[in-house]
Design a protein. Structure first.
Length: 294
């Protein structure tokens, strides 16, 4: 059976003969439809996040697995978690068929190497405390499928994101997330509709997890690592906003807490640095709860 993403859209078979404006309009309409298709998966994404939450709160790892476009989208989503939410790099595993070389170049036959996927899962000791997300537009990529199967057998919580119904990948995962984007404007080119939908779904899933883990407060990325001037200015603005204090007070609070926003907010509200870190530790890092206990 041909995956839905490999099928030909009869409305677009003469795309190459159209005027540029019409081509762009058709591609744009496809992108809008891809984003819209994610809506039907929101309840499943919520259930997957809620199941993952206690594992991650207890110290588990996030593992992303994919090949080609899907794998690169997974790597991008995972790689952004550390600078945005201070998700520990030691609790993030990014598995792309073909390894690092496949980030920018296609690696022939890499997606067919189910054996290498199983070896990677074993090498990283993926197990019962971990959350693995496998992404494949067709839902049939051997590398991704083998990784999900091996991780689930090892006790990990497995989530699969695919764009083709009734696929093996969805059947293999504990939490299957189907996003039906249908045929691509260019048959099989899943960097288009399927890729867009995957990117949106991963954005939603990972951001929901970070929000629920207390790494966002009042719409601010309060766990951000202020490693450059732009981010240092952002941290200062956040402390001013959240602690309702002057820039001078915010700067002193950040200096006392090694540039960390959450404890700096508490310091600006009257804690000393040791007390601020302790208050956050007692409530699992939740600034909202720590402020409620002031």
């Amino acid at each position: 059976m041909i995956p839905a993403t490999e099928a030909t859209d009869p409305a677009l078979v003469d795309l190459d003969a159209w005027a540029p404006a019409r081509i762009l309009d058709a591609l744009w309409q496809g992108q809008l439809a891809a984003v819209q298709a994610v809506g039907a998966a929101l309840p499943v994404l919520e259930a997957a996040a809620e199941a993952a939450l206690p594992l991650l709160a207890a110290g588990g790892r996030l593992v992303y697995v994919g090949a080609g476009t899907s794998g690169r989208i997974g790597v991008q989503d995972g790689a952004e978690l550390n600078p945005t939410f201070n998700w520990p790099t030691e609790r993030l595993v990014l598995l792309l068929a073909g390894g690092e070389a496949a980030f920018v170049n296609a690696v022939e036959n890499a997606e067919d190497r189910a054996d290498l996927a199983r070896e990677a899962i074993a090498a990283h000791s993926v197990g019962a405390t971990d959350v693995l997300i496998g992404i494949a537009a067709s839902g049939a990529t051997p590398y991704t499928l083998a990784a999900v199967e091996a991780a689930r057998a090892a006790g990990a919580l497995t989530i699969a994101i695919a764009n083709s119904p009734n696929s093996a990948l969805l059947a293999a995962a504990l939490h299957p997330v189907l996003i039906e984007t249908g045929p691509e404007p260019i048959a099989g080119s899943t960097r288009l509709k399927a890729g867009t939908a995957q990117k949106v779904a991963l954005n939603l899933l990972s951001t929901l997890l970070m929000v629920r883990l207390g790494r966002v407060y009042r719409g601010q990325m309060v766990d951000v690592q202020a490693k450059n001037e732009k981010l240092r200015r952002r941290a200062l603005r956040m402390v001013c906003l959240l602690a309702e204090c002057s820039g001078e007070v915010a700067a002193a609070a950040l200096a006392a807490t090694d540039g960390q926003v959450k404890p700096a907010v508490l310091v600006a509200r009257g804690y000393d640095a040791v007390g601020a870190f302790g208050a956050l530790a007692r409530v699992g890092g939740s600034l909202r709860q720590a402020l409620a206990n002031c």
